[in-house]
Design a protein. Structure first.
Length: 371
């Protein structure tokens, strides 16, 4: 495959967006920086080493992960604002992480941390990870998480699947019965989170301390210098009632451009999310692809097909650039599994590339497998 996409990606330079690190560079990450007159806005400063099936030694994977953290660090020490869309370790790192040279410089140079709300529309694992992260951040600020706990501010929560009109009206033929069973189980899981966690356990309140603001971003709007950020309401991390929880996608406006950063919607798999992306009419879409490395065991053919059909719908809205990366770049046959996507983009003249190609190199997985 040609990697001469740097000219096509110049729109990022025009906007003032830097690709920091993505899976196509060899460690799990989805990190970008936006230049503003106030300093950098860094979105999702995290990285994790690749899974065992990735064709490198464990030591090499760890070195690449360390390289990713070092690269992210070079932006974090100049950051004014940090955005964390959810609490997976490829989207944030703990201050205690051994690969961070100076946790205070990494995390505390920024004036504002905009975080996924740790109290609602969050699964149990990320609930605990959020509190671990906040506890370490507050320790750096010489205070304790216990000082910021409060009783729940809400006891009733809308079921987000009820608002997915396109997805819930779609008929899946022979798979429909199984799908209805999964949705029923998912609804039970959702209500259990409401009862056992969100409406009964202590919440963490927002923090203002020592010139730092730690705020929850879900469904809020921010202006940082000339940059406008709209953090969307929580979306499922994959399919309806996905047990991996929720993420908060970001719409960025700068220099008369609009950029959509998807976080982890895995495709998107859900039709309504594709429709929402199109409605924002973005010039650039930074989109995580389906996790084909989990196919066919944790990603079935139905949901892979949905993800492919949804990005083809997005391509037909004709954005100027799509960076297609993250989960998708974790296995050798990723291009074959989504080949229809590349065919459609080429047919319509849409630039659809990996983050690696956007900065002038080939995806590491393609280099390793001589593709």
């Amino acid at each position: 495959m040609s990697t001469n996409y740097v000219n096509e990606c110049k729109i990022l330079s025009n906007i003032g967006i830097d690709v920091i690190w993505f899976d196509s560079l060899g460690a799990k990450s989805s990190s970008i920086a936006i230049r503003s007159s106030n300093g950098y806005i860094v979105i999702d400063p995290g990285a994790a080493s690749m899974q065992p099936s990735y064709p490198l030694s464990r030591d090499t994977k760890l070195k690449l992960r360390k390289q990713a953290i070092t690269t992210i660090n070079s932006y974090m020490i100049k950051a004014h604002t940090i955005v964390i869309t959810h609490y997976h370790y490829d989207h944030h790192v703990l201050p205690s992480d051994k690969d961070i040279m100076d946790p205070k410089k990494f995390w505390l140079n920024a004036k504002m941390l905009i975080l996924k709300d740790p109290n609602k529309y969050i699964n149990r694992s990320q609930w605990e990870r959020a509190r671990c992260f906040l506890s370490e951040i507050l320790s750096l600020l010489n205070t304790s998480l216990n000082n910021y706990l409060e009783t729940p501010k809400q006891i009733q929560f809308e079921d987000p699947v009820e608002n997915l009109e396109l997805a819930t009206s779609k008929y899946f033929g022979d798979y429909q019965k199984r799908r209805e069973e999964l949705l029923k189980k998912g609804k039970q899981w959702f209500h259990k989170l409401v009862e056992d966690l969100w409406s009964s356990k202590y919440w963490v309140r927002e923090v203002v301390i020592n010139g730092k603001n730690i705020v929850w971003g879900d469904n809020k709007y921010f202006e940082i210098g000339e940059v406008k950020l709209r953090i969307l309401e929580p979306w499922f991390h994959g399919t309806e009632y996905d047990r991996t929880g929720w993420v908060t996608s970001v719409v960025i406006e700068k220099n008369n451009y609009r950029i959509f950063y998807s976080s982890d919607v895995m495709g998107p798999i859900i039709e309504d999310y594709a429709n929402h992306i199109i409605k924002y009419n973005p010039d650039v879409i930074i989109l995580d692809g389906p996790p084909t490395y989990l196919y066919p065991y944790m990603l079935n053919n139905i949901n892979l097909r949905r993800a492919i059909e949804n990005i083809i719908t997005i391509i037909n809205a004709k954005p100027k650039l799509i960076i297609y990366d993250h989960h998708l770049l974790r296995e050798t046959n990723w291009r074959d599994k989504v080949k229809e996507v590349f065919i459609e983009a080429k047919k319509l003249g849409i630039t659809l590339v990996t983050a690696a190609e956007c900065i002038g190199t080939r995806p590491l997985i393609d280099i390793l497998t001589h593709k």
